[in-house]
Design a protein around this ligand. Structure first.
Ligand code: SF4
Length: 331
């Protein structure tokens, strides 16, 4: 039994290797680790759920949608290469996690961040700024780089043994891979990826939505990660499934005030008009659906339109040309 045994710590778990290592480094000294992941339309929590199960640590899922949309609209510390407000996002996650400390029975926060591993959010300046902005600065421990950073309260108070923390620094991940082996960690996703706000094509869609409908309808924000997107000449947005699984997702996102546009006589893509559409918009959507249903240029396709449970009058449409498809495609 050491004096750190049983002290609770709440960690931000992405499911990536670094966050898993941070869990194990603290568990090694008897800390009772709990974790939290931040769910949003831009970030899949699947890796975190899988990692928490493998590590056998409790995982709390926090709905971060309102926070991240707020930051995408206004990021005081700016954006990375795309629309990723990483510094403000990290700070907000730590702030929200800090608010959970008492409820989770934990004394301090920790993350798997490694000094200088990422250019925007993991420089010394950025890491200190993030902790400061979170309003829980003295309670934010980075176990993997703690020895390269100023001591935090958990170290000064003896809640953790600083001597058993690490001094990782830089982009090379050799030390992390060696540690993963030592800890028997076998499954972890690649460090890049996971956040759609870092993907250029996704950000084209996100900006386009801001210019037209804005972000106030959260359903439209959630739709951004599904299928192909078009801005029709009438100004209405159209989303089309790419394959069967996508079609199912598109259909599942339809609401009573959205129209579904489908081929009537043979399999084809499912189109979704997330608005009460005019006859002109429905006809334009039918032409896009006919194109992706591979209707020959000289032919026409029978199209069915549904709103909620109701069947609207059917349409007949020639396919749009490839050039016009490209002209109205978003991202
Ligand atoms: S990559 Fe995405 S989830 Fe991660 S800190 Fe940046 S904005 Fe937030």
């Amino acid at each position: 039994m050491t004096k750190t045994d049983g002290i609770g710590a709440l960690g931000l778990l992405s499911g990536g290797l670094d966050s898993q290592l941070a869990v194990r480094v603290l568990q090694q000294q008897g800390i009772a680790v709990r974790t939290v992941v931040f769910d949003s339309p831009f970030y899949s929590i699947d890796a975190a759920v899988k990692a928490a199960a493998a590590l056998q640590v409790p995982l709390r899922i926090y709905d971060f949608t309102e926070d991240i949309i707020d930051l995408v609209e206004h990021a005081p510390h700016g954006f990375g290469k795309c629309m990723n407000p990483c510094i403000d996002c990290h700070a907000r996650m730590l702030r929200q996690a800090g608010e959970l400390l008492e409820e989770e029975g934990c004394r301090f926060l920790f993350t798997g961040e490694v000094l200088n591993e990422r250019p925007m959010s993991q420089t010394r300046r950025a890491m200190l700024l993030v902790a400061q902005d979170s309003t829980f600065a003295d309670l934010v421990l980075r176990p993997l780089s703690a020895l390269a950073l100023p001591p935090t309260r958990p170290e000064l108070e003896g809640w953790v043994d600083r001597a058993r923390l690490l001094e990782l620094n830089g982009r090379r991940r050799t030390a992390q891979f060696a540690l993963a082996k030592e800890f028997g960690l076998q499954s972890y996703p690649s460090p890049a990826g996971g956040c759609l706000l870092t993907e250029p094509n996704f950000c084209v869609r996100l900006k386009e939505l801001r210019e037209h409908e804005g972000y106030s309808d959260r359903r439209l924000v959630r739709l951004l990660r599904v299928g192909r997107h078009f801005r029709l000449p009438s100004g209405v947005k159209l989303v089309i499934g790419r394959d069967e699984a996508d079609n199912a997702r598109v259909s599942a996102m339809a609401a009573d005030d959205y129209e579904l546009v489908l081929t009537r006589d043979r399999p084809g893509p499912t189109g979704l008009l997330p608005a009460e559409a005019s006859p002109q918009a429905l006809q334009e959507a039918a032409a896009v659906v006919a194109f992706y249903a591979k209707c020959p240029p000289e032919g026409t396709e029978a199209i069915e339109v549904r709103r909620g449970g109701e069947l609207l009058p059917p349409l007949e449409s020639a396919p749009l040309t490839a050039a016009r498809i490209e002209a109205c495609r978003i991202g």
